[in-house]
Ligand binder design. Structure first.
Ligand code: CP3
Length: 344
């Protein structure tokens, strides 16, 4: 396996000195790239995720085009749920849709543990991707229990997470059983990726920002902590990210993160104060900034770097995923600018 341990990305995760601030983008592999759209034409999302050759090629596309410092595996947070037999699909322009939403104890039965054979296609894709990437590190990922639960309970994407919260407040025993099962599945999914060669993991709790800190700590944190603890022995950096989580940053660090992902609402120096010592930070350019004229993009990018300059351990990223309409040339220019401005 190629040695990536001296890469700027992994050094920054470990809060070691770096030659330049490393940069990658959440959702860097996807619809903003014409070569992605060409490759995916006529192939449903989940079928693409089960086809190792496609996964390798799509994962590599943004690395070639943008020169980012890390790759993230092309997959989805619902892939392990599909692998254990949950009846779901990813609808274009919508997101994951669940045939039979889980709202009762009987509904939990489908959530059996993820076994290594269920992850065979993912493991094969990771091994081939790592071989192709050479010195560029590969990030594996999973959806965190709360975000997965929201899709499973609502049946699809939701703004208010009403049914999810109704279950959480109304039947805490069932809730903790549900999140406990999801934590085991997410932990196993991360382990499969790391054992196949991923050298960092990111736990996406995209919708955790819908909760108060008190409720996050009571209903969610213990389960996300289980996921992060379940890969602690593997020795890879663990990134913990959510959107609108300004009030949760300390709690998300406490859950067992080595790196906390920060969305664009809280500047990095303030995020560092909230997170406390010991963690690196990842973020946090507003993805919508990429639609502004270049001088504004440059100013905003420099501002993120300035706010992160005092940290031991900053990984430049967007505050959430690349938007499908983003001009990929702007992303490549941001990578160059970050490397140039931060060169030490
Ligand atoms: O480049 C990367 O970041 C790696 C690939 C990746 C995808 N999904 C591919 C994808 C990652 C890390 C994810 C994680 C994911 N999936 C999250 C957490 C990250 C976040 O953005 O908050 C969530 C909430 C999902 C669920 C999901 N899957 C959504 C909301 C969507 C978008 C629906 C749409 O069409 O707008 C998907 C589908 C999906 N996952 C696409 C991609 C590239 C688009 C599907 C397509 O191209 O047809």
């Amino acid at each position: 396996m190629p040695d990536t341990s001296a890469s700027p990305f992994l050094r920054a995760c470990r809060r070691e000195p770096v030659p330049h601030t490393p940069v990658w983008f959440m959702r860097q592999a996807g619809r903003s790239l014409p070569e992605y759209r060409a490759l995916r034409a006529g192939i449903p999302m989940l079928a693409a995720c089960r086809t190792p050759d496609l996964v390798v090629e799509i994962t590599l596309q943004p690395v070639r085009r943008h020169g980012v410092d890390a790759a993230i595996l092309f997959s989805d947070i619902v892939v392990p749920l599909k692998a254990i037999g949950v009846d779901l699909d990813i609808k274009p322009g919508v997101g994951p849709v669940i045939a039979q939403p889980i709202r009762s104890r009987e509904g939990l039965e489908v959530l059996r543990p993820l076994e290594p054979p269920d992850g065979a296609a993912v493991a094969e894709a990771v091994r081939s991707t790592v071989a192709e990437l050479g010195a560029t590190p590969l990030i594996g990922f999973a959806g965190a229990p709360f975000t997965l639960a929201s899709y499973l309970v609502e049946g699809g994407p939701s703004r208010g997470h009403e049914r999810t919260k109704a279950l959480m407040y109304g039947d805490p025993d069932l809730w903790h059983d549900l999140l406990g099962r999801l934590a085991v599945i997410a932990g196993a999914f991360l382990r499969i990726q790391v054992e196949a060669g991923a050298c960092a993991v990111q736990l996406f709790d995209s919708w955790a920002g819908a909760l108060s800190e008190v409720d996050y700590r009571r209903y969610v944190l213990p389960h996300s902590a289980t996921v992060l603890a379940s890969v602690a022995d593997l020795g890879v950096p663990r990134i913990h990210f959510g959107v609108g989580t300004g009030e949760l940053l300390a709690a998300m660090a406490e859950a067992g993160a080595d790196v906390v992902g920060v969305d664009f609402r809280v500047p990095l120096d303030e995020a560092a104060r909230r997170v406390g010592p010991g963690c690196a930070l990842q973020g946090n350019l507003d993805p919508a900034v990429t639609f502004a004229p270049w001088p504004a993009v440059e100013e905003q990018t420099r501002q993120v770097l300035d706010r992160g300059a005092g940290l031991a351990g900053h990984i430049f990223n967007l505050g959430h995923g690349v938007l499908p309409e983003t001009d990929p040339d702007v992303l490549a220019r941001i990578v160059d600018l970050v490397h140039e401005v931060s060169a030490r």
